[in-house]
Design a protein around this ligand. Sequence first.
Ligand code: C2O
Ligand code: CU
Ligand code: CU
Length: 534
Amino acid sequence: MLHGLAALGLAATTRPVRPDALSPPDFADSFCRTDSVPTQRLFVAGNDGYLGRLAPRGDALTLTAGAAAGLPSELSTGSLAFTARHRGRRYANPTLVLQRGERARITLVNSLAEPTIAHWHGLSVDTRNDGNGSFLILPGARYDYDFEVRNRAGMYWYHPHPHGRTAAQTYRGLYGVILVEDDDERALRASLDLLPGATEIPLVLQDRRAGVDYAPSPEDLTHGFLGDELFVNGTHCPYFDVATRLYRFRILNAANARTLLLALRTATGTPVPFTLIGNDGGLLPAPVQCTRLFISTAERVDVLVDLRDTAVGDTLLLSTLAFDAMHAESALAAPVDHSTMGPAMPERPAAADHDHRGVWPEGAPQTLLELRVRKRVAYDRRIPERLSTIPPIATAGAPERPFRMGFAKSRWRINDRVFEMGVTPIEVKRGTVETWLLRNYHTSMPHAMHLHAFAFEVLARETGPDAVAALAVDPQGRLSTDLGRKDTVLVWPGESVRIAIDFTHPFPGPQTYMFHCHNLEHEDAGMMLGVAVT
Ligand code: C2O
Ligand code: CU
Ligand code: CU
């Protein structure tokens, strides 16, 4: 139905896609699950407190993983937090603002009653600093990180990574944002007059079960732990007052398992295009107009919303639209093609036809945030046509490594295997380029595949579901969110995604990393493989 959109191709991606070219979106009737009118103001982080911006500027920093205490009571943050103090200010889950090239010295203190370790998701560091679970610290112990920030500017994040406990600790509130800055980032802010905390707003999304601690059922473990309410920076169904200018929203999906289909609409339901300028790997080469995009767990999107054509009193709604979450139910009708999918993994996940009794099902719509236009202001900046330069990864002659994701013997697996600590089924030579072919079985569910330390390039998507193919922006089937660099890519049932990775790194000796599904229940149950880069 949306062939015209794919035909637009990359060259035309800065042109707005006509909203009427898209099928009518299926929006939530009511604002959110429990209220009809948002009454809570969006929590926006400042320079201290919850999610507060903390620029260490060379100072050594201590993050303590422990009970969340003293947070504003109107926030739903979970029972745990990373707390920090810096230059007289106190923080919980600080947003670490780091300059590219800066040395980061961070000590993690474990005040939990169980082992932990913190992972810097997306940062290109050596094994010792990766916090990937091969080193853990016991209650009361500390761990010193010391690394150079080598990444391009972008929104990265941090969360615990103790194998088997990652989901529980993250759900309970242990996660925070890392904002890396460089010259491209400064140029963008200057040209669009963006001010962090005022017109540039991070939105950290997490679905939670109200008043319930993390206690997954067997079904939750198979499909991922879903909440029944979506929180934005700890606020549920919030509103945010805006003026008639451009706003930048930097969105992190910190949910354990839930994928969202983000879209903007007017109060009467008309889709409103927005501009995608960045993703997991930082700024895209050029802006892309979108009307909706998928964001899986651990992915990030950086979007610009232009409110110049709105009037004081208007409202816009940021929502997740209805979509088929494909938890292995419907795909079973299609025969599995074993010739293309490799050895059979014909098992069907248990309880696939469940309805998650009482829980907000994945793929069901909900409004996340209401933007209320309060003030008319003069604003005449234009979105730059170039945002950054990303050289393509040279894949000529690169070996292709095949991966299959599927369910067998009651476990989600990669290439029939489950994770074993200290074992590295993926062995790569440093300095080489590889392409990886990530193939998901039809009898599967979407898996958000994440590789530590090496940002990759998505080369192509094939044979995905129609709802995904409909959002393709080029003949390779890539989505707007696939452009630039990535560290997490959602692979749908029946879909093949080809990625390119340059395994060049400057660290002495062999390094070990993880490749895994970022549905945290899948990861904890072993949908992860060790990667040795020798
Ligand atoms: Cu976000 Cu292996 O992690
Ligand atoms: Cu399910
Ligand atoms: Cu998964």
